[in-house]
Design a protein around this ligand. Sequence first.
Ligand code: FAD
Ligand code: NAD
Length: 466
Amino acid sequence: MAQYDVIIIGGGPGGYNAAIRAGQLGLKVAVVEGRETLGGTCLNVGCMPSKALLHASELYAAATGDEFAKLGIEVKPKLNLAQMMAQKSESVTALTKGIEFLFKKNKVEWIKGWGRIDGPGKVIVTAPHGAEMTYEAKNIIIATGSEPTPLPGVEVDHKRIVDSTGALALPEVPKSLVVIGAGVIGLELGSVWRRLGAEVTVVEFLDRIVPGIDEETAKTFQRSLTKQGIKFKLGSKVTGAKSMGKAVELTVEPVAGGEAEVLTADYVLVAIGRRPYTKGLGLETVGITPDKRGVIANDHFKTGVGGVWVVGDVTSGPMLAHKAEDEGVACVELIAGKAGHVNYGLIPGVIYTAPEVATVGKTEEELKAEGVAYKVGKFPFSANSRAKINHEGEGFVKVLADAKTDRILGVHMIGPNVGDMIAEYCVAMEFGGASEDVARTCHPHPTRSEALRQAAMGVEGWTMQA
Ligand code: FAD
Ligand code: NAD
């Protein structure tokens, strides 16, 4: 029987990064992955295909709207949806093959098939052709990820009522699309189809969009999406769906009570969150019981059962690829006797719409609730020369710093390219930086990054360019 130092179940960002790190550290490691390709949700049906469509649809919208015309570029664009989908799939294939290459480079074995734990240190894998094989490992890392949360009464039929995977591959541009859930998936994929011409209505249970994100940023975001033609029905719940061949009828009720209304759309996207995936994993054979939401609890990635570890979407914390990656690396470092660590206070969140939204650290609402005295520095992109010259003046950078020590506590941005730029503040905050550190750091001109510096200057009231 094959013996390993580490067997990882799941080849997504949590699992594949754990595996590469294990290979680097000289551990004998294998990844069990049931999908035909590596990369998990993120590469196959998540982060990457959604970004491919966001990129392509953003350019299409720029060409069809007044953006290109304003720049003096006159074109008559024609949508080739099949080609847009094909280039997405080609990029995804290249990325998943890239993980196979990294596995070979780092001596990681890919065991193809679905794995289940069979008591301490044992994993049984059912190969694609049905044969079962048992493997032994000193350590098992559960990295099985998550799946879309179903909505009772609105059954995903993968035709007209779809989840995120379906919404990444619709066969046509819907005339009308109802998105259930104003979270990250709903707004990213809602944006894609809006830009390609669909009438998009987002139905959200709460009275705000993107819960958890700084309120002022969320309000600015909603205004911007509304300007782009997305309609919102907040404080509303969908109580039923009826498929009518080429259309779907949804019954929507105000959460606060009142008359129900019927919305008709040719497609519906259910995006009300994701839940941990542990189906058929044999957790009972080692005495692990997930909580009510299906989450496997952890303490520094330990499940509480000797030799069984857990990382990524299947455990607690934000369901983000970079969080899963950091956990995978830290978990393997602990297994190898090193000091693996994840700073959960500094996991950035980005929404890849236009404008982008990027946040890290505490929100104003959190600081108020914790009774922390803080100062605010804010700078609008309308006053940033590069953003202005590019006609991208929407949004702002907001820096929250401790009123006494000036330590940066949170940063919330909406605007052009903020998803990339947030990393500057992640580094500053990881080093325990103060707003003055950023304010006194030379930034290249003319870049949108100058807005990050001007906002930091604002904490002590010396913003110079607004
Ligand atoms: P997963 O990526 O879900 O991987 C788990 C893998 O385990 C899967 O491949 C599965 O097949 C395999 N598996 C499960 N059970 C078994 C078993 N028993 N045997 C063998 N294999 C098994 N996050 C971001 O940070 N940025 C984004 O822009 C972003 N965009 C997203 C867009 C969409 C549409 C979606 C759905 C998600 C997005 N996410 C994004 C979230 C991100 O995809 C997840 O947080 C991330 O993939 C979690 O990684 P993971 O390794 O924990 O799990
Ligand atoms: P989410 O948790 O971000 O948002 C779900 C939304 O649905 C919330 O606003 C919630 O209030 C609402 N909701 C819940 N039940 C509802 C109901 N019955 N009716 C109407 N609204 C309801 O979940 P998601 O958008 O499905 O995304 C899932 C996960 O994937 C998230 O954790 C997210 O972090 C991750 N993701 C990340 C990115 C990114 O980083 N850019 C992109 C896509 C997905």
